[in-house]
Design a protein around this ligand. Structure first.
Ligand SMILES: Cc1ncc(COP(=O)(O)O)c(C=O)c1O
Length: 446
């Protein structure tokens, strides 16, 4: 690539004008599976009472069994969304009003709100600047006698430091829930994420690696937790009389059930997961090797078997070294590439979500109820959600993190070369770009 060529933002010819290929998720196999279920006339076999169909019908059970066998989980329990799965997971480990749950602030909102459905109070620990997952030292500093669980999020598909977190949990008799929404098929050594802790699972919403439109899959190796999850999924109160429930805490349930149609789609999607992960790993390694040659940009690739799913590709940006603000850099790179039509065709995003504790419910300390529950369950504790409590997360979000949603199928390494070429060209013309953007931002003189 000719990095000397004039950058597009200064009037040069863009690196690429042809749109990046769209993500296609559904093939003829899913279509045939849906037709098979439609023809059976049974779109969901669940019955919210004791009996053969308390745990769903043929497709639901097959989907669960295939997922469990694939990764060696003792139990896989499908649900109608991973938000439902997180709520069920919190119920299954016995979260009660006033219990504290340690969560990262850099995640989708449901990781932190799920404990509140049982009156649990989120306490935010900071993330590690390299893995972007919970920092075990920060977790340790948040543990109190009220801590009931740690919600580990395998953010962007990268496995969090499970050994350190499990050691803390064992030492303090705390449960570990894994939010592996973005990390299906990811391993920490020979352990599949999701059930390394007590319970966890995956999202199957449309934007995830594989999907059922909406949906999720809980996984655990613990029989009692699995039983509780199945009760909460499907009106556990209705089977309480018939079943010997060892621990009757939190068994009232909802309707968190996946349909037969979705499960049939899920079975076909699961067959695609290995290819998707292989593609994303190949593209990610290629992109990282190009990025890491540019002063001021750095991407860390974890080593080991399938340790990253690359839901989105994260890397670090140093504005001083590059010589452009993060915003200027993104503007200039985007000028080199076709206009994005949605999130998945966007070359670069600045940061992920605003640190969760800065949102209104934490600032006002009011999740539900007139007294400001769940915080009202601990009236003597002054929970702090001020700006500054998780400085690493804030620094990543406000200054250092860039994300690329383009590290996905069906892109090829030559598509990724276009993205990397655009980055190279902008980085090598930083001073001219900065001058031009700063001059155009100045008001015209009178
Ligand atoms: C980390 C994380 N947790 C939880 C969720 C919620 O999953 P769902 O959309 O399936 O309810 C998501 C979905 O975006 C997620 O990315």
């Amino acid at each position: 690539m000719n990095t000397d060529a004039m950058p597009a933002i200064l009037g040069g010819t863009p690196v690429r004008s042809q749109p990046f290929p769209d993500r296609r998720t559904i093939g003829k196999e899913e279509t045939e599976a849906v037709l098979r279920v439609l023809e059976s006339d049974c779109l969901s076999a669940f019955i919210g009472g004791a009996g053969e169909y308390f745990n769903g019908g043929r497709e639901v059970r097959a989907f669960e069994q295939q997922w469990a066998e694939r990764e060696g989980f003792k139990h896989a329990i499908s649900v109608n969304s991973w938000t439902s799965g997180l709520i069920i997971a919190c119920g299954s480990v016995g979260i009660q009003p006033g219990d504290e749950v340690i969560v990262p602030p850099y995640t989708m909102s449901a990781s932190a709100t799920a404990p509140m459905f049982y009156g649990g109070i989120p306490v935010f620990a900071d993330v590690d600047p390299t893995t972007f997952c919970l920092d075990p030292d920060s977790v340790a500093s948040c543990i109190t006698e009220r801590t009931k669980a740690i919600m580990v999020v395998h953010l962007f598909g990268r496995c969090a430091p499970m050994d350190e977190i499990l050691a803390l949990a064992r030492q303090h008799d705390i449960k570990v829930i894994e939010d592996a929404a973005q990390a299906p098929g990811v391993y920490d050594g020979d352990r599949a994420v999701g059930a390394i802790g007590d319970v966890g699972g995956f999202s199957l919403n449309y934007h995830k690696h594989i999907h059922t439109g909406e949906g999720g899959m809980l996984v655990t190796n613990d029989d009692a937790i699995a039983e509780k999850c199945r009760l909460i999924r499907n009106h556990g109160e209705n089977v309480h009389d018939e079943k010997e429930v060892d621990d009757p805490v939190n068994i009232i349930g909802g309707n968190y059930r996946l349909t037969e149609l979705q499960a049939a789609i899920g079975i076909e999607q699961l067959k695609r997961l290995d290819d998707i992960l292989d593609t994303r790993n190949e593209l990610a390694h290629h992109f990282a090797s190009r990025l890491n040659r540019v002063p001021g940009l750095s991407a860390t690739i974890p080593q080991g078997r399938r340790s990253h799913a690359y839901y989105i590709f994260p890397f670090l940006y140093d504005a001083d070294q590059v010589g452009l603000s993060r915003d200027q850099f993104v503007q200039a790179v985007h000028a080199e590439l076709p206009q994005a039509t949605d999130f998945e065709s966007t070359p670069l995003e600045q940061g992920y979500v605003r640190p969760l504790y800065l949102s209104r419910i934490y600032q006002d300390k009011c999740g539900f109820g007139p007294q400001g529950q769940p915080w009202a369950y601990q009236p003597d504790v002054d929970y702090c959600y001020e700006k500054g409590i998780c400085p690493v997360t804030e620094d990543l979000h406000e200054r250092k993190m860039l994300l690329s949603p383009l590290i996905r199928e069906p892109l090829s390494t030559s598509d990724i070369d276009d993205l990397a070429d655009a980055i190279d060209r902008v980085a090598s013309h930083a001073p001219e770009i900065r001058d031009a953007l700063e001059n155009s931002a100045k008001p015209a003189s009178m």
